[in-house]
Design a binder for this molecule. Structure first.
Ligand SMILES: NC(=O)c1ccc[n+]([C@@H]2O[C@H](COP(=O)([O-])OP(=O)(O)OC[C@H]3O[C@@H](n4cnc5c(N)ncnc54)[C@H](O)[C@@H]3O)[C@@H](O)[C@H]2O)c1
Length: 383
């Protein structure tokens, strides 16, 4: 395995693989454009070749696969080159900034025949897996509503100041919807499927000196009348992480490391319109979270997929769905329109390009690197 981009998350993947904590993977090469990072990496892993640019790593013949852990916009570019070089690709989330670029990447991946995965590590959380089964098995009945308050993505100003690319339209291409919330947007669509339309309000620089949004509220509608409300922010402390899905046969709530499933004896629609009894008995089942390291699970699954054909937990081809939700939310916030899906990808890419052209990264405070240590602590968060 090679890793392109050895910053916050790339260095965590490098440490896990080098430390033999990932079954089926061996670290063979690293790459970062920053000389300072290269010096740090070389000191940590003296026996691993370190490259200054991705092309050299991809052409080295040292790796069978790469993790792409650079700033979002470069994921499709580097991933496409890796496929062209005959390598398997595991991209960090989001798979890109625009659906347009990710659809192009998907086409290249398909033509290559190589494995294509995305780091949606929260898919490996037991509770979200149970939620998915309850919905897909019909145990919840027909879904009526999903509400997710996911505001525990708190970030301090120094986090945004820690990299010039962060929180700018030109460097990052978005804010909380594009950087922190992709995990939750992916889980939303993984559990409930894709809605028919999205409208959104995005608040730009509400809590931080940044030009992109640090708070967003989405309202989505489904073909069957189901609605979804999704609220996210990097400005609430303490934040909330509460997912509630209500169906005609009951509801589920995930909060504080626990899933509570309340099942109705009689489907609510039938009970409301036909039942002669006044009581609809409830059965409550609770499921507890278990300790897990989602990044390592995704890495091991990716290796098992290549080595023995194990199905991917998070195929790269799924990544376009969560990106569709965030692209549509931006388009709705910028135009005031309700965006019908599938959306006009080119229109969004064009509007984003115009925003990026007017981007002013210098509006942020000076860059600092001191944030790296406390940022790493976030990976231990219980969901
Ligand atoms: N799955 C997760 O839980 C998770 C967590 C954090 C970050 N991420 C994602 O990982 C990506 C990187 O985030 P980060 O926080 O590590 O950022 P970062 O800025 O800390 O690291 C990015 C690194 O990539 C290097 N780089 C930039 N362009 C490059 C290029 N063309 N070739 C080689 N190296 C290049 C930079 O020098 C830097 O060291 C983002 O897309 C982010 O959304 C995912």
């Amino acid at each position: 395995m090679g890793i392109v981009g050895v910053g916050n998350i790339g260095s965590a993947h490098a440490a896990a693989i080098y430390g033999a904590r990932v079954r089926g993977m061996k670290l063979c090469a690293l790459c970062d454009v920053s000389r300072k990072r290269r010096e740090q990496i070389a000191a940590l892993y003296p026996d691993i070749p370190v490259f200054a640019d991705a092309d050299a790593l991809l052409a080295s013949g040292l790796c069978e696969a790469v993790i792409v852990a650079t700033p979002h916009g470069s994921h499709p570019v580097i991933a496409e080159k890796a496929f062209a070089a005959g390598l398997h690709v595991l991209t960090e989330k989001p798979a890109g900034v625009t659906c347009e670029s990710v659809r192009h990447l998907m086409q290249t991946a398909r033509q290559s025949g190589k494995a294509f995965g995305v780091m949606f590590n929260q898919r490996t959380n037991r509770l979200f897996g149970i939620a998915r089964s309850l919905v897909s098995s019909g145990a919840l009945g027909e879904c009526k509503r999903m509400v997710w308050i996911i505001t525990n993505w708190y970030r301090k100003q120094c986090y945004y100041d820690s990299g010039g690319w962060r929180a700018t339209w030109s460097g990052e291409g978005g804010g909380v919807l594009l950087n922190q919330a992709p995990h939750n947007l992916d889980l939303w669509q993984w559990i409930c499927g894709m809605p028919q339309s999205v409208r959104a309000v995005c608040e730009e620089g509400k809590y931080h000196r940044i030009e992109v949004e640090d708070e967003a509220t989405l309202l989505a509608r489904y073909a069957n009348g189901m609605t979804a409300v999704f609220m996210t922010s990097t400005g609430d402390y303490p934040g909330t992480n509460r997912l509630e899905i209500t169906g005609t046969k009951g509801k589920l709530v995930i909060e504080n490391g626990k899933l509570v499933h309340t099942a109705l004896a009689i489907d609510e629609r039938e009970f409301c319109l036909m039942a002669e009894t006044a009581v609809n008995p409830l059965t409550v089942t609770e499921y507890a979270d278990e300790p897990y390291n989602g990044h390592i699970r995704i890495l091991e699954n990716f290796a098992a997929h290549i080595l023995s054909g194990t199905p991917l937990i998070a195929p790269g081809y799924d990544a376009v769905n969560e990106l569709t939700l965030s692209n549509a939310a931006y388009l709705s916030a910028w135009t005031g329109e309700e965006i019908t899906l599938p959306m006009d990808d080119a229109r969004f890419a064009d509007m984003l390009a115009r925003r990026a052209a007017g981007s002013d990264p210098t509006a942020k405070a000076h860059e600092r690197e001191s944030v790296q240590l406390d940022y790493k602590d976030r990976w231990n968060t219980t969901w």
